[in-house]
Design a protein around this ligand. Sequence first.
Ligand SMILES: Nc1ncnc2c1ncn2[C@@H]1O[C@H](COP(=O)(O)OP(=O)(O)OP(=O)(O)O)[C@@H](O)[C@H]1O
Ligand SMILES: [Mg+2]
Length: 113
Amino acid sequence: MKKIEAIIRPEKFQELRDQLYSIGIGGLTVTEAAGTGKQKGKQGLFRGTTFEIQLLPKLKLDIVMDDHQVNDVVNLIIETCGTDTIGDGKIFILPVEETIRIRTGERGTKAIL
Ligand SMILES: Nc1ncnc2c1ncn2[C@@H]1O[C@H](COP(=O)(O)OP(=O)(O)OP(=O)(O)O)[C@@H](O)[C@H]1O
Ligand SMILES: [Mg+2]
């Protein structure tokens, strides 16, 4: 199992969620986040002046999945959340040791799908 942590533009969430469920993702966690990347929060140049350094609002998604789903999910996030401009976000992929559904005690793939 793997966990994808994706930092995305908030306005892209609804479409992405619908797409993720359509390819069989069983659940996800969303956290309101704030952060900066390569541009250190500078939005860009406006009449020669850089914007003040700031934290930009993002959503962080935690999605645990079976290994075979990772490529599809990554491609979906890139297609759905990409706008070809700075600040589109990032995807981190982490190993997950175990998943347990509390209600039934099911483990592994049975517990995530
Ligand atoms: N190295 C990192 N570690 C953790 N979070 C990060 C990292 N880089 C970016 N983020 C998170 O991702 C959000 C969006 O980052 P952003 O899309 O601006 O990345 P970038 O590397 O600057 O790429 P781009 O040049 O396309 O803007 C940030 O607000 C921050 O929350
Ligand atoms: Mg950036």
